[in-house]
Design a protein around this ligand. Sequence first.
Ligand SMILES: [Zn+2]
Length: 510
Amino acid sequence: MTGIKVPAEKCGSENQTNMIRKLVIGLWAGMLCLAPALFGQGVGAQYQGVFAKATEAPTLEKNLRTLTDEIGGRVPGTLQMDEAVKWAVAAFKAAGADDVHTEDFTMQTSWREGATDVEVTSPTRFKLRATSIAWSPAIQGTLTTRVVDVGFGSPEEFAKAGDIAGAIVLVHSHVLHKWQDLFNEYLDAPPIIDQALKGKAAAIAWTSTREHDVLYRHINAPPEKFDRIPSVLLAREDALRVARLIESGKKVEMSITLPNYMGGPIKTQNVVAEIRGSEEPNQFVLLGAHLDSWNLGTGALDNGCDAAMVIEALRAIKSSGFKPKRTIRFVLFSGEEEGMLGSWAYATQHKGEMDNADAVVIFDSGSGRITGYSLGGRKDVLAKVNEMTKPFEVRGPIENTTDAFVGTDNLDFLLDGVPTLVANQVEANYLVNYHASSDTYDKVDMTELKKNLVIAAYTMAYLADTPRLGPRQTRPEIEQLMKNTGLDEQMKLFNVWPQWEDGTRGRSRQ
Ligand SMILES: [Zn+2]
């Protein structure tokens, strides 16, 4: 990139006459236009070095290739996850961290899929493309029984379906397009499982929300527990074929072989690096992403790209010579996919210093453009965050939102009263590849990821340098926030509520 200079006012313009020159400039324009436009629009001079270094991103692509192509999918308790932890420690060191270490925690259950086999045995015979739902209990031997179509699984549809005792219930789904569809997929599952159990069904066959045979790893189990009923995910095309057979009046029988391994406790690690603060080293802001992933694919969009980005953000800040007033911690969590277990462990292990945590920033939505931050219900920090994100607007509209949700590693910090920021990003190609066999390196939009990196690095430098974003909330304030945002209802649905109530999650009662 050195040696190519594009004046800001010429970026993207039609002024170039030489076609070849135009093409070359076009290829680089995404990168080069970004810096001058952002620098010129309200970013303090003290952060310009961070911006410049972040646009270079010298090891981002290589690091991500190693993590995804060489190491692969990373489920805690597997060799691949252990390799990923070693990779992260080495990469943080190479990026210039002042300190890098790992922090152990225990996951109470471990699991891996056996040789799942699903077949329709009557009225015709064909194999279905299928995978186990994560943390599904095993089936002893092979289950062969009738299939009952329960539609989308509403109480009315279950009632209409009649007797489901001993049957496999087939649940329909809508094709996934938007973030809300994904939230609905998670939110809809627990009551459907309740009804299947109530009717004494033997197993659930879920219809894939993706077309073209895409299978993905979905989890419905409460934290630290196995799912409550054996469950498989069927390729959408196969599930719809079964549904049509049933609809035409045929009695359909299916056999499921599901020899899942259901194991006991395992140890896994969060990886923690830091740049120490120059004035208040005990105060900290935290940039986090999860390192673990599912392993049908290689966890590139979810969340390898953001794990690599966190490491690159450290490199950018450190190599720019920027001296943050407060410490910046860079944390790659394990166990996110099984219920944010790594960030829960981190918040628990660091309970004593939560008063010193100024803000926690989480990236977990692939490489789509950042559209702002979700502030976990904290209206009191909105004005300051709006001020901070003004310079991003040259990339597109920015809206910081004050919603709160159960879904990623900010939750346990939010429950401890710490202001949290989760990057809101456009869906891009995230959802179609979400947890799927197709979530591989080639899906990552490197140009957008590099722009997100600039924003992440700037955000951390800014937060570590400016007055505290907002106070740590008390338990009553957190409870009020839950009510205002509906977070309490979500926590109940996802079985996180009992842990808040019994004090194993969140700010304790004093
Ligand atoms: Zn994720």
